[in-house]
Design a protein around this ligand. Structure first.
Ligand SMILES: Nc1ncnc2c1ncn2[C@@H]1O[C@H](COP(=O)(O)OP(=O)(O)O)[C@@H](O)[C@H]1O
Ligand SMILES: [Mg+2]
Length: 366
């Protein structure tokens, strides 16, 4: 494969479309550029086109339109054994009749590697995922998590430049999943591997990735580092899909000097940051993150806009308090506050005043 320098694009999707039936596009005009060594996650609901994109990149599906390039070379022109792609999927697909060592040795044999070099690489790969003692066992003699570690080792054993993973941790329990999330990112960065990871789990995407591509309906809705995705969602879909979000519906009254004046549907006027609204009369969904809302008068920041609210439910969660309010006709308005010694615990039925800064309040598409 042609070598890409560090600054140039390693993986590129250019205006890629995909239809399975010649009629409906399941991937619509996808553009994506990844530098070498990046850990990128495709995140989105089921059916949004993530696996299709991964399959096209692996060469198992062809794009209906557009071009996919690896190291500057169109994927169609690279023979499979020269693609240097490692893959890990949810159903591990280890060969059941082979031992763990034989499973790992297989991709090396396919590449015509000699026996002593194979043994050395297999040992190193197994040690890397802390499975060095299990080489003689068969897959059925391992737990789900151990099998998944072996699958990971098998994808890495031939030192691929690119690894594709499709929901590889979906079948594992929470604790093991979190441990594996850490191990995978650690290994990928340590070995300098470029990774495309697919998940529908937003926490997984946020904690593991350098950048996240949020998919919906065959399109990338936003492509950004995790913090930017959470703090600066580009549209209502991303605001709703990533993290917890409060939505208030209203109509834009005016947009001036980078501030949108929005009339909420209960009549209240508030200042917001105009994200994708531009003119009076437009419908908008205003987005505010739960932890940006203050109800404690002493902590209220200068310039905060205040609104009346009724407490509907108070949930003690240990490190934080989660309180559900009725705000401007919305009964699902959530606020989160850190459990501090001087923090007030609200009670259902209480009438309070809440506030937030206009810059924490984003006017998005309706
Ligand atoms: N082999 C296939 N043949 C026909 N339709 C498919 C095939 N694979 C996926 N699809 C359809 O393409 C759309 C996107 O699927 P997929 O890429 O698997 O999404 P995701 O991985 O995000 O859940 C879905 O509507 C799905 O039903
Ligand atoms: Mg999928």
């Amino acid at each position: 494969m042609a070598d890409a320098s560090n600054t140039s694009a390693f993986v590129e999707f250019e205006r890629v479309q995909k239809s399975y039936d010649g009629e409906n596009l399941v991937v619509k005009d996808l553009n994506l550029t990844m530098p070498k060594g990046e850990f990128l996650t495709m995140l989105g609901p089921s059916g949004s086109g993530k696996t299709t994109c991964l399959m096209m990149l692996a060469g198992f599906e062809t794009a209906t339109h557009g071009d996919i390039r690896l190291g500057g070379v169109s994927i169609n022109n690279i023979p499979p054994h020269k693609r240097g792609i490692g893959m890990v999927f949810q159903n591990y697909a280890l060969f059941p009749h082979m031992t763990i060592s034989e499973n790992l040795s297989f991709p090396l044999e396919v590449r015509n590697m000699g026996k002593s070099e194979r043994e050395q690489k297999v040992k190193r790969a197994l040690d890397m995922v802390e499975m060095g003692a299990f080489g003689g066992r068969r897959p059925a003699q391992l737990s789900g998590g151990q099998q998944q570690r072996v699958a990971l080792a098998r994808a890495l054993v031939f030192e691929p430049e690119l690894v594709l993973m499709d929901e590889p941790l979906g079948a594992l329990d929470k604790q093991l999943r979190e441990k594996m999330q850490f191990e995978i990112t650690h290994l990928a960065h340590q070995l300098g591997i470029t990774t495309v990871y697919v998940t529908h789990d937003q926490t997984e995407a946020l904690t593991m990735s350098d950048r996240v591509a949020v998919f919906n309906d065959g399109r990338i809705q936003q492509l950004a580092p995790p913090d930017q995705l959470y703090e600066e969602p580009a549209n209502s879909f991303v605001a709703q899909f990533i993290g917890e979000n409060n939505t208030l519906e209203g109509t834009v009254k005016e947009v001036n000097n980078g501030i949108a004046l929005v009339q909420l549907d209960d009549g209240e006027l508030i200042d917001c940051k105009p994200i994708n609204v531009s003119k009076p009369g437009e419908r908008t969904r205003v987005s505010i993150r739960p932890e940006r809302v203050e109800y404690n008068k002493e902590r209220m920041q200068e310039g905060a806009h205040t609104l009346k609210a009724e407490v509907l439910e108070f949930i003690y969660m240990g490190d934080i308090f989660r309180t559900r309010l009725r705000v401007a006709g919305n009964d699902e308005f959530i606020i989160k506050t850190r459990n501090a010694p001087d923090q007030v615990r609200l009670k259902p039925g209480q009438q309070i005043e809440i506030g937030w800064l206009p810059e924490d309040c984003r006017a998005l598409d309706a």
